[in-house]
Design a protein around this ligand. Structure first.
Ligand code: ADP
Ligand code: GLC
Length: 500
């Protein structure tokens, strides 16, 4: 280990008490990569000596899955909920302590954390996620659990961001805050008329605070008031300071200057391990690749495709939204099929996109297959069984599927943007394209195809990806260093308050 690394390690705060606040967590509640991060980063921090706890909303799958639950104290009335309680329990799997905010009126319902079964956002999301931030802040003030208070609160995405405003509204507290942007496109914007429900001083409802073009923006609470702001790749950290990728908040981001950093996501290398994946027909690893051919044949059978080992099998596992650039795959599809490729798509979301893929599968059932739903084990089979993982995103804060693909010897073909550009290396571990166009995607596929036709070259690509360091160990170390900075900032300066 270098002398520099040793010194940096020595400065890392062991036993630092950190509270992670998130709206979703794998495997209990998951709509995207945030859930994977919320599940894997806290144990990685604990493995490096931090004293980590979680705070989650009391959604039914969370209440059902946690162990050793005991009510800490009754709550209410709070944010429209007549009563509820704060529960202390343990996470299944990691056994980390977890506070569950059990407010039945706000959280005990079906659908997703954000929307009902038909995809309509819950009309009381302001109250639901303000309550989460409020509970995190009051844990930090020592008012909800006398036995444990955090030194750092780490809030994920707009759902948890309000903790930063509630901390700022309080007389100076020593508790530091870190806010992580997983996706700047989702901001938690609500009508100004609802501001009184937040219980914050009116000075917070100005452009220096949460006000955003006449509305209230929860994301701004994190961007303005956290001691440090991070996002999930260095590339996206640079991009969001520009109007093109800043989703209207680039000015606010630029205003925080060097307080905004990019820390690349890791992956849970136990959950995503081709040598020990219960979802696969055969195990494999970089020293024993034949298993992958068995997994590919099984996937072709499962999807009703021609069982042809020589056809490059392309895969998409994704939310079907504008972000993901899947219209480019549709536009390039005739050319890809002419080149002998097969395509497996697993995803749901945008109905028109879903329909277009279903139609393509109907036209070419032996080469295109679509599964318009969400299935975790099936995602493992698709990512493992494919030869090429397509991630043509228009923007991508980090992206996890290309990382899973690398680990599984599935070569990523991605757009050179955000975290995709930071994790895939042209010609060595994968293929990249710049222009968001079908032609640029096709050109990258032609380069992939040349490599595919040379088995030794293809195996070298697979192995290079499988050797890439993707665990959470390094990123967790970077977060600990960021926490140390946030604590330092807290000691030096009172929290910026609008007008304060
Ligand atoms: P995002 O969070 O923007 O959706 P990521 O690549 O960070 O993108 O994470 C997506 C996560 O969701 C991955 O774990 C991926 O495997 C999973 N996923 C996406 N769509 C599906 C699906 N239809 N079925 C199963 N898992 C899915
Ligand atoms: C978001 C982003 C994705 C990222 C994930 C986890 O959902 O869209 O790029 O990988 O969060 O940080």
């Amino acid at each position: 280990m270098s002398e520099r690394a040793t010194r940096a390690d020595a400065a890392l705060p062991r036993g630092l008490r950190v509270l992670h606040v998130a709206a979703e967590i794998f495997p209990l509640v998951k709509t995207g990569g945030l859930a994977d991060v919320a599940a894997a980063l806290p144990p990685a921090l604990a493995a490096q000596g931090a004293d980590v706890r979680l705070l989650l909303p009391g959604l039914p799958p969370v209440l059902d899955a946690v162990h050793d639950a005991r009510p800490l104290l009754p709550l209410g009335p709070i944010f429209g909920a007549a009563r509820g309680s704060l529960v202390l329990a343990r996470m299944p799997g990691s056994a980390l302590p977890v506070y569950v905010l059990d407010l039945p009126y706000l959280y005990r319902r079906g659908g997703s954390p954000y929307a009902d079964e038909r995809g309509h956002e819950w009309p009381d999301n302001l109250a639901r996620f303000a309550a989460l931030g409020w509970a995190a802040a009051h844990l930090a003030f020592g008012e909800l659990d006398v036995a444990w208070t955090p030194q750092v609160v780490h809030a994920h995405d707009w759902h948890a961001a309000m903790v930063c405003a509630y901390l700022a509204a309080h007389p100076p507290t020593p508790v530091a805050s870190v806010f992580t942007i997983h996706n700047l496109a989702y901001q938690g914007v609500f009508p100004h008329e609802d501001a009184p429900l937040l219980g914050l001083p009116s000075r917070f409802m100005t452009p220096q605070g949460l006000e955003y073009h006449g509305q209230i923006c929860f994301m701004k609470a994190g961007l303005k008031f956290a001691d440090r702001v991070s996002t999930v790749s260095p590339g996206y950290a640079r991009e969001i300071a520009t109007p093109e990728y800043g989703a209207g908040l680039d000015g606010v981001i630029r205003g925080r200057g060097r307080d905004v950093v990019g820390i690349l996501n890791g992956i849970d290398t136990a959950v995503w391990d081709p040598a020990r994946d219960p979802a696969l027909a055969a195990p494999y690893d970089r020293d024993a690749l034949p298993g992958k051919a068995i997994v590919k044949a099984a996937l072709q059978r499962e999807c009703g495709l021609d069982e042809d080992a020589g056809a490059p099998l392309l895969a998409v596992v994704s939310r079907l939204t504008g972000q993901k650039g899947l219209d480019l795959v549709l536009a390039a599809l005739p050319a890809l099929l002419r080149d002998g490729a097969q395509l497996v798509v697993q995803g749901s979301g945008d109905a028109a996109l879903e329909q277009a893929f279903v139609e393509a599968a109907r036209t070419s059932p032996r080469s295109v297959s679509v599964y318009p739903g969400y299935d975790e084990a099936r995602a493992h089979r698709v990512i493992a069984g494919a030869d090429v993982m397509l991630v043509p995103s228009r923007f991508e804060p980090c992206g996890l599927t290309q990382l899973y693909a690398l680990r599984y010897g599935t070569v990523p073909l991605v757009r050179r943007v955000g975290g995709l550009a930071d994790t895939v290396d042209e010609g060595r571990t994968g293929f990249l394209f710049d222009e968001p166009s079908a032609l640029a995607l096709q050109a990258a596929f032609e380069r992939a195809l040349q490599a595919w036709r040379d088995p030794a070259r293809w195996q070298a690509l697979m192995r290079a990806g499988m050797e890439q360091e993707l665990s959470w160990e390094g990123p967790a170390r970077e977060y600990l260093a960021l926490y140390a900075q946030a604590c330092g900032a807290r000691e030096e300066a009172p929290r910026r308050m609008p007008g304060g």
